[in-house]
Design a protein around this ligand. Structure first.
Ligand code: ADP
Ligand code: ZN
Length: 432
């Protein structure tokens, strides 16, 4: 019996009853936050207007801009003396935001991460290595405390120094690793350079990948390269960090812990709920947090809820792989394109590696897209490369309805990136 079994096996009715109870408690807490007091007063709302989970829709959304406008402590719902930690988002898209935690918040966060790790089969006795940056980035401490809570031997290797990272994996018998997908590919590249065969020379069997969008095809490539099972992990600083939603061993959608969050999927333009199973913006309400609860937080992440039950037996809803953020969408000649669509096509080619870069330029009124992608192995068989380029171009055109310029590059030529991968460079000039 594991400490979360009771929560993981709740029926839908039980989940919803618990959610409603926790929502009411959260709303009462919010009335101690200067930000929500004002928000509720402006909308002539009071917690007593909420009579069911559906009534959540009466409450206005909270946005990243609200967090910025009330930086740093305007959303605190407890006296600052009770706050024991703050995290600040890495700020990929603008000024940073701050999230506050009480000791209980940190405990519950560790429980959520431990639950995720247990779900993919990790146990006491496993050696868990974390290649996330520690510090403000929540992937560091978030996984650290979760893995310790589960009772594994933890290796807080942190980011960078890939050779040392690999030495730790071999010397300490690391069985499970947390890495962002782009870094997992990099690790494999360096292992090859060092003459290390991950299957023969390491005990690595489980990989946790997340923090950035990646396709199913990218996952399969990484699994094959490293000889592991790779599980998708979703989180964000505003929701604590990792541990929000995680794949189970079915590897088909990420269970979102509904005893921590209420999930909504809305149309990013009209903000109305989308029909069940359709893609929209993920909106989350925290119902298990003290220091800084967030109501109907617009994550900007686009996904959908997978219909049907998961064969694993958990009833917590499953989120589909993230399609990207609403701000990742590229508009070319009026066509909406997500980088992940391009990745999905590229990763189907055996000959290609996992690294690619999309560059957008314009000439007069014409938008152009160049897709540079690394080959898995060097080849100077030009007729074959030409044929491959033509086939990739054709398949991309079928997917995005535009013809990009495709360039195949030898492995290791694209610039190496620290942290989350940047897949798109937009060099288009504004036309007057
Ligand atoms: P920042 O917003 O500064 O990048 P975070 O570290 O909080 O800081 O990043 C959270 C974001 O990372 C999410 O909102 C989402 O866009 C992305 N993300 C996290 N996990 C995944 C995942 N498994 N798949 C796709 N995107 C993810
Ligand atoms: Zn499942």
């Amino acid at each position: 019996m594991y400490l979360h079994e009771e929560m993981e096996t709740l029926t839908r009715t039980e989940i919803e009853a618990l959610q409603f109870e926790r929502l009411l408690r959260t709303l009462r807490r919010c009335m101690k936050s200067p930000f929500y007091q004002k928000r509720f007063a402006e909308h002539h709302l009071s917690p007593s207007d909420i009579h069911s989970l559906d009534d959540l829709r009466k409450i206005p959304f909270t946005t990243k801009q609200d967090l910025r406008d009330n930086y740093p402590f305007g959303l605190a719902a407890v006296p600052m003396g009770e706050v024991v930690r703050l995290h600040s988002s890495s700020g990929t898209t603008g000024t940073p935001t701050v999230i506050l935690h009480t000791q209980k918040d940190l405990d519950e966060w560790a429980n959520a991460v431990a639950r995720c790790l247990y779900m993919v089969g990790l146990r006491r006795g496993d050696v868990f290595q974390n290649s996330s940056g520690y510090g403000m980035f929540t992937g560091g401490l978030g996984f650290q405390y979760g893995a310790e809570r589960l009772g594994m031997l933890t290796v807080p290797a942190a980011a960078g120094n890939t050779k040392r990272q690999i030495k730790f994996i071999t010397d300490f018998g690391t069985t499970a690793l947390h890495a962002i997908p782009s870094y997992a590919s990099r690790l494999h590249e360096v292992m090859e350079e060092m003459g290390i065969d991950p299957m023969r020379d390491t005990k690595l069997r489980t990989l946790i990948i997340g923090a950035e969008p990646h396709s199913e095809e990218q996952r399969r490539k990484i699994e094959k390269m490293l000889g592991v099972k790779a599980y998708n992990s979703f989180g964000m600083s505003e929701m604590c960090g990792p541990g929000v939603a995680f794949e189970c061993q079915e590897q088909n959608g990420m269970h979102i812990w509904e005893d921590y969050y209420i999930v909504e999927i809305v149309d990013p333009v009209t903000l109305a709920p989308v029909p069940e199973g359709e893609v929209g913006e993920l909106v989350l309400t925290t119902i298990n947090r003290e220091a800084m609860p967030l109501l109907r937080y617009r994550t900007r992440d686009l996904t959908r809820i997978l219909p049907g039950d998961c064969p694993c037996g958990r009833h917590h809803k499953r989120l589909d792989r993230m399609k990207g953020r609403s701000d990742d969408m590229m508009i070319l000649k009026g066509v909406n394109i997500f980088p992940i669509q391009i990745e999905t096509v590229l990763m189907q080619f055996e000959e290609l590696g996992t690294e690619y870069l999309i560059t957008l330029t314009n000439e007069e009124a014409n938008d152009l897209m160049t897709v540079e992608v690394e080959l898995k192995d060097f080849s100077d068989d030009y007729p074959r490369l030409q044929a491959l380029t033509r086939e990739i171009t054709r398949q991309l055109k079928d997917e995005i309805l535009l013809t990009p310029m495709v360039k195949l590059l030898p492995k290791g030529t694209l610039p190496k990136q620290e942290g989350k991968a940047v897949r798109v460079r937009d060099l288009r000039k504004t036309l007057i």
